[in-house]
Design a protein around this ligand. Structure first.
Ligand SMILES: Cc1cc2nc3c(=O)[nH]c(=O)nc-3n(C[C@H](O)[C@H](O)[C@H](O)COP(=O)(O)OP(=O)(O)OC[C@H]3O[C@@H](n4cnc5c(N)ncnc54)[C@H](O)[C@@H]3O)c2cc1C
Length: 548
C-alpha cells in the first residue's frame, strides 16, 4: 500500500484522553506557562461521554490543581455524610463497623460526584487557559521518531472501508507531534498497551490486574433517598466464585449510583459478571431501596487493580503514562481519580521543566520519581497487599489480614513485605470442565434487565460500515479453542453483549456485534487465549454517558 500522507501539527505537549489525568496535565501546563501549546484528544463525542467511575472523589487531587475549585463552581455538590459497609448473605446483611478500618478507608471529606460532569467542568477550565481540546478524535496510532522515541500520534482517521483499507470517503487523519506525548487513556489504553510492550515498561513488575465495573443510575423514591450516603457491600452473590463487591452512592436529584465490580481473576469461565450484578439488585436491602424507582442509565468499564507493584515504568523517550494508563487505583478505597489528577499535575510539571531546558523526546524521569516517592506512591503502597491477599486467601482472611496490613502500613511497615499477584487475569481462567455452570435467574424487567436492553441505556453507537475494532489475532480460536475448552467465556464476560456463539447448519460461529461495545476493554483483558485486541474505533463512536 502506498505511504499515507498526512498533515502534521506541532505542539509542546500532546495529550491522549480527556479524563481526569489528561485534563489535569493540560490545566497544569497552561498554569505554568500560558504560551505552551497543549492539545487534548478525546475519542468520546464530547468530554465526559466515555467517563465511567463510581464516583466518590477524594478532592486531594483537585485541591492541589485548582485550590479555589469551589469558587470556580466545580460540580462537587454532595459531601459524603454517611459511610456504611455490609457483608451480604442471600437473605440478609451484617454491618461491619467503621472503627476497625484504618483512617485511609474513611470517606468523610470526600464527595459523591459525576466524574463525567467533573471532566466537563475541567475541560472548561482548560479551555479558558487556552488548551485546545478536540473531542470526537480517536488516537489510533503512535508516531515514532528516527531514534525510536515517541514523536506524536495519529488522530482523526474516519471512513475506513469495512476491511480496513482506504476508500473514497476515507479521511486519513493528522499527525500531532509533541515535544512530549502524554498517554492518559485510562485503563488498558490501546496506545498505552503498545508503548508498554515496545519499551518493555512492565519488565520486573507484577502483572497488571483488573476488575470489570458495571454501573446503573437510578432515580428512586424521594422518601428513600439519602443524599450523601455511601454503601459498599461484599459477599453475596459472588461468594467464593470471584472477588468483588458493590457500591451504592446517593447523589443529587434523588439519583443513586448502583454499581458492581467483579475481579477478573475468576477461574470459572461459566461466571457471568453482568448477571451477578443483576442478581445483586434482588438482595432485600437493595431491592427495598430500588423498588418504585427507575434505571435511567447503564455503563461498564474495567478498573485497574494491580496497584503499586503492577505499575509499569511510567516513562520512555518522548512519552509518559498517566493515571489509569499506568494503573493508579487504590483498590480497597475503589479510588483512582485523585491519583489520576495528581499524576497529570506531576507529568505537566516535569514536562514544563524539560521544555524550559530546551529538551524534548527524552524520558521525564522526574515524573516517575515524583509518582513513586510522592503522594501517589504513598497512597498505593499502604494498600499494596490487599488485592494479592484477597486473590490468594479469599474474602474473610483478606478482610482481617488486609485490615491489619493497612493499619501497620499507616505506621510505615508491613509484616508481609510486598506480595505478588502471580498470574494475569486471562491465565486465571480454568477449563470449563472443572467447573459447574451457574444458574442465573431471568431478569424481571423491573429491578434486573437483560443485557441488550440495558446496553440501550448506554446510548452506544458505532458507524456500521467501519472495520470491526475488536480484532482477532486468529479468527479460528473462539470456536476451535475457546468454545470446547472454556465454553467461550466472551459470551458472558462482555457486559455489553458484543460476543455471541451462534449455531447454524454449518456449526458454531463466533459473532462480534461491535456496535454494542461500551469501550470497557474487558475482552482485551480476560480472553483466555489473549486473542482479542481492542483497538479504537473512529472518533465520536462508543457510549454517550450522561452523568456517570
Ligand atoms: C466501576 C468503577 C468505579 C470506580 N469508582 C471510583 C470512585 O468511586 N472513586 C474514584 O476516585 N475512582 C473510581 N474509579 C476509578 C477511576 O474511574 C479511574 O481511576 C479514573 O477514571 C482514571 O482516570 P484517567 O484519566 O486515567 O482515565 P479515564 O477516566 O478512563 O479517562 C480516559 C479518557 O481517555 C479517552 N481515551 C482513551 N483512549 C483514547 C484514544 N486512543 N484516543 C482518544 N481518547 C482516548 C477515554 O475516552 C476517556 O475519556 C472507578 C472505576 C470504575 C470502573
Amino acid at each position: 500500500m502506498a505511504e499515507i500522507e498526512r498533515e502534521a501539527m506541532e505542539y509542546d505537549v500532546v495529550i491522549v484522553g480527556a479524563g481526569p489525568a489528561g485534563l489535569s496535565a493540560a490545566i497544569r501546563l497552561k498554569q505554568l506557562d500560558a504560551d505552551l501549546n497543549v492539545v487534548v484528544l478525546e475519542k468520546g463525542s464530547e468530554v465526559g461521554a466515555h467517563i465511567l467511575s463510581g464516583a466518590v472523589l477524594d478532592p486531594c487531587g483537585l485541591d492541589a490543581l485548582i485550590p479555589d475549585w469551589k469558587e470556580k463552581g466545580a460540580p462537587l455538590n454532595v459531601p459524603v455524610k454517611d459511610d456504611k459497609f455490609y457483608m451480604l448473605g442471600e437473605a440478609g446483611q451484617v454491618r461491619i463497623p467503621n472503627f476497625p478500618m484504618p483512617p485511609l478507608m474513611h470517606n468523610h471529606g470526600n464527595y459523591i460526584v459525576s466524574m463525567g460532569n467533573v471532566c466537563r467542568w475541567m475541560a472548561e477550565q482548560a479551555e479558558e487557559l487556552g488548551v485546545e481540546i478536540f473531542p470526537g478524535m480517536a488516537c489510533s496510532e503512535m508516531v515514532y521518531g528516527e531514534n525510536s522515541e515517541v514523536k506524536g500520534v495519529v488522530a482523526g482517521v474516519f471512513g475506513l472501508e469495512p476491511d480496513g483499507s482506504y476508500g473514497p470517503n476515507t479521511e486519513p487523519g493528522m499527525e500531532l507531534h509533541g515535544k512530549y506525548v502524554f498517554l492518559s487513556e485510562g485503563v488498558r489504553g490501546s496506545l498505552s498497551k503498545e508503548v508498554i510492550a515496545k519499551y518493555d515498561l512492565s519488565a520486573g513488575k507484577e502483572p497488571q490486574k483488573y476488575g470489570v465495573g458495571m454501573k446503573e443510575i437510578w432515580e428512586i423514591d424521594p422518601a428513600k433517598h439519602k443524599e450523601g450516603s455511601v454503601t459498599h457491600t461484599m459477599g453475596w452473590p459472588l461468594g467464593s466464585n470471584a472477588g468483588g463487591g458493590s457500591f451504592i452512592y446517593h447523589l443529587e436529584n434523588n439519583q443513586v449510583y448502583v454499581g458492581f465490580v467483579v475481579h477478573l481473576n475468576y477461574k470459572n469461565p461459566h461466571l457471568y459478571p453482568y448477571m451477578e450484578f443483576q442478581r445483586f439488585k434482588h438482595h432485600p436491602m437493595v431491592a427495598d431501596l430500588l423498588k418504585g424507582g427507575k434505571r435511567v442509565a447503564y455503563g461498564a468499564r474495567a478498573i485497574t487493580e494491580g496497584g503499586y507493584q503492577s505499575m509499569p515504568k511510567l516513562v520512555a523517550p518522548g512519552v509518559a503514562l498517566l493515571g489509569c494508563s499506568a494503573g493508579m487505583v487504590n483498590v480497597p478505597r475503589i479510588k483512582g481519580n485523585h491519583n489520576a489528577m495528581l499524576s497529570g499535575k506531576a507529568a505537566a510539571e516535569a514536562a514544563y521543566d524539560a521544555i524550559k531546558a530546551e529538551r524534548s523526546g527524552d524520558e521525564l524521569t522526574v515524573y516517575e520519581t515524583e509518582v513513586r516517592n510522592g503522594a501517589i506512591g504513598s497512597d498505593l503502597k499502604k494498600v499494596r497487599n490487599v488485592k494479592p491477599m484477597w486473590s490468594k486467601w479469599g474474602l474473610t482472611a483478606s478482610l482481617m489480614l488486609g485490615g491489619l496490613d493497612m493499619w501497620t502500613n499507616t505506621f510505615g511497615f508491613s509484616l508481609f513485605g510486598t506480595l505478588g499477584h502471580g498470574k494475569n487475569d486471562a491465565e486465571s481462567t480454568e477449563d470449563a470442565s472443572k467447573h459447574q455452570p451457574i444458574d442465573y435467574p431471568k431478569p424481571d424487567g423491573t429491578l434486573s434487565f437483560d443485557r441488550l436492553t440495558n446496553v440501550s441505556f448506554a446510548a452506544t453507537n458505532h458507524e456500521e460500515s467501519q472495520p470491526c475494532h475488536l480484532r482477532l489475532a486468529d479468527p479460528e480460536i473462539p470456536v476451535k479453542v475457546n468454545l470446547p475448552k472454556y465454553d467461550e467465556p466472551a459470551q458472558r464476560y462482555c457486559p455489553a453483549g458484543v460476543y455471541e456463539v451462534v449455531e447454524d447448519e454449518s456449526g458454531p460461529r463466533f459473532v462480534i456485534n461491535f456496535q454494542n461495545c461500551v469501550h470497557c476493554k474487558t475482552c482485551d483483558i480476560k480472553d483466555p487465549s489473549q486473542n482479542i485486541t481492542w483497538t479504537t474505533p473512529q472518533g465520536g463512536d462508543g457510549p454517550n454517558y450522561p452523568n456517570m
